[in-house]
Design a protein around this ligand. Sequence first.
Ligand code: URA
Length: 247
Amino acid sequence: MEPPVRLQKFLAMAGIASRRKAEGYIAAGRVTVDGKISTAMGQQIIPGKQTILFDNKKVEAKEKPVYILLNKPKGYVTTLSDPQGRPIVTSLLHGIQERVFPVGRLDLDTTGALLLTNDGELTQNILHPKFEVHKTYEAQVKGHPSHAAIRALENGIFLENKKTAPAQLRIKRKNKRNTLIIITIHEGRKRQVKKMFQAIGHPVQSLKRLAYGKLELGNLQEGKFKLLHQKDIKMIFFKEKALQTKR
Ligand code: URA
């Protein structure tokens, strides 16, 4: 159950008016709590438990939106529960009261940037193909892909009868047996990065998401999270010129 809040604060959080204006509405007898007009300033109410009406219309409790960037470790699932009892990513969010959920998914063995929020609208925008949110990954792949293979992935290849959208790839490092590649895509098909490299014969050995748009993981440690601000949210929608779809 939610903690009690002052009535004017509740009205303000629900977007009815500023706190001061809400006090005016209360004083004017326009607000009822469980059917009784409330004019006592500072009355405490319990959101979700008591019925608040403003001008005879129900006021819905709104949770404060929170935005979190987590560096997901291996072995955590990005669902809110797991029938197999594996640990869930939200168990890492110590001290967060709001009920947040992951924006999209990362495989069990994928690490890195995972956004979590209780803002359903933002979640939909990030996941909607129309907004083409760029996601950048660091993939360690087996062997050494040829330039032709890299170019094929950049231009798009057929996965399950559908061509992938243009991608951007950069070879970061070559070791004896594998290659570290930075890849940016703006689609969100299930296990897409792994399938793309599998398709050119260089399976992914480890995968880490580095960024959504220009919102980067930076030096956030694995298993740690940070709260984001509005300016960070804007960075999510930043697009690399080379990958922008011409409309
Ligand atoms: N692509 C994958 O293959 N796996 C992920 O977890 C994310 C993108």
